[in-house]
Design a protein around this ligand. Structure first.
Ligand code: EPZ
Length: 417
């Protein structure tokens, strides 16, 4: 357990370099299970969730080597297909081992989902998709066992546009020499990046970036190296941090092509942002305007950016409307911000109105999930006096060297383990 002590009232200034995307890297590690030769993954973020995903890779029998430019994964020695005995219970994203393991071993064993702070997070979408392919599924209270020698059907219609369900089925299909069609796919940029690496490794995929994928896989997938794309959620979060603290700075790289809905809302909120090439400069922004957001699957407003947006709402003159359509408990962080003086009116589990402007007061608060954790950390930078963030290790799950990055921008932040 670690805590952050933050001396607030700081306006962040300077340039911040954004790390590789957690939500692509986690899946590339699972995809490596299917590769016939070692692969080097570059620009992989050094964060807790990645360490846990690599632990599972090693638990299955895979080899992990740190090399100059990243990590080398060698799946040739993998013989196990049961991730329930590993540290999988600490990482929901371990679920994405299901598709590769089932494709390689015709069977896979995963843990029953544990849910998390932001919601139930059932995995029925995944199980239903594999059932559509003909998998037999047996389960007990701890585990789910899937068996499928080869696909009995070639079309899957996802029951919701789930990011990891799309990726699980796509990775299963990548090593099957029978075309599989997946409909109602999610289209997040991290999915397209993963699919492009699958094409580089030998799979034939059409429809990348659309809601229908056609995949003809190969039993001989090979990939020398993969470069993880930049983390658009981290990039956007730092843009918010500059604006919310009344500072100004440059975010590089800033994948604006993957953040359209976010940039549109920033501009409506009167944040001054100048995008040139793959950089974004956030200028000192006064007179912020209230906004309305409703989270949706890509290209809608990203649920992972919903919580930091509440900080801009705290500085806007008027009432902002936040609707979290994706998770049933991803507004919980607002109760922590209420302790700092945020003026919130809840309308059920999915909607809240935030009235500004208010000056947040420092206090002690708890991070719930990694996205609310970073939000509370930035709130501490905004509030005068010392704010203590408990459960700071949750933030380490998704943000690489967060206190160094913020300190370089002028933040006074101390980690106490
Ligand atoms: C992935 O989770 C991400 N995790 C999440 O990021 C992200 O919040 C989520 O996608 C949505 O973008 C990884 O990639 C490892 P889902 P996943 O199945 O695949 C509901 C983070 O902070 N939903 O896409 O588990 C669904 O029921 C993490 O980095 C709809 O309501 O998420 C679930 O409650 C947290 N309608 C939630 O959204 C839809 O059409 C997320 O679903 C699709 C989904």
């Amino acid at each position: 357990m670690s805590i952050f002590k933050i001396n607030g009232g700081v306006q962040l200034r300077g340039e911040v370099k954004i790390s590789g995307a957690k939500n692509e890297a986690l899946k590339l590690i699972a995809f490596a299970v299917l590769l016939k030769k070692p692969v080097c993954i570059r620009n992989i973020p050094q964060i807790v969730d990645i360490e846990r995903q690599l632990e599972i890779f090693k638990c299955l029998g895979g080899k992990v080597k740190n090399i100059e430019s990243g990590i080398e994964l060698d799946a040739r020695s993998i013989e196990k297909f049961d991730i329930s005995k590993s540290t999988a219970n600490k990482l929901r994203a371990s679920l994405v081992y299901l598709g590769p393991l089932l494709s390689r071993f015709s069977q896979a064993v995963i843990l029953q989902p544990g849910g998390c702070q932001i919601g139930e997070r059932p995995i029925e979408t995944h199980i239903d998709a594999f059932r559509q392919l003909g998998a037999t599924i047996t389960e007990n209270k701890e585990k789910i066992i899937l068996k499928l020698d080869e696909p009995k059907h070639n079309k899957v219609i996802l029951c919701e546009q789930s990011v990891t369900a799309t990726e699980n089925i796509a990775m299963y299909a990548a090593a099957q020499e029978k075309e599989i069609i997946i409909e109602n796919c999610a289209t997040e940029p991290e999915i397209s990046a993963l699919l492009n690496e699958m094409v580089k490794s030998g799979a034939c995929i059409s429809g990348i970036g659309t809601r229908t994928l056609k995949i003809l896989g190969s039993k001989d997938l090979n990939l020398d190296s993969a470069d993880v794309i930049v983390d658009r959620i981290e990039a956007a979060t730092f843009a918010i941090a500059f604006a919310a603290t009344g500072g100004e700075g440059t975010v590089t790289p800033f994948p604006s092509e993957n953040l359209q809905s976010f940039v549109d809302v920033l501009k409506k909120c009167n944040v001054k942002i100048e995008i040139s090439g793959n950089s974004a400069k956030v200028l000192k922004s006064e007179d912020l305007k209230p906004f309305s957001i409703s989270t949706l699957p890509y290209p809608g407003f990203p649920t992972d950016l919903q919580s930091p947006m509440s900080l801009l709402a705290s500085r806007a003159k008027g009432v902002s409307h936040i609707e979290e359509t994706m998770y049933e408990n991803r507004l919980g962080y607002l109760k922590e911000l209420q302790k700092m003086g945020l003026n919130v009116e809840f309308h059920g589990l999915h909607r809240a109105d935030v009235a500004g402007p208010v000056h947040l007061r420092s206090t002690t608060i708890h991070s719930l999930d990694l996205r609310s954790g970073i939000t509370l950390l930035i709130a501490g930078l905004m509030a005068d006096g010392e704010t203590t963030i408990e459960d700071a290790q949750i933030i380490d799950r998704g943000y690489e060297n967060i206190e160094d990055k913020l300190a370089r921008l002028g933040a006074k932040i101390k980690r106490i383990s």
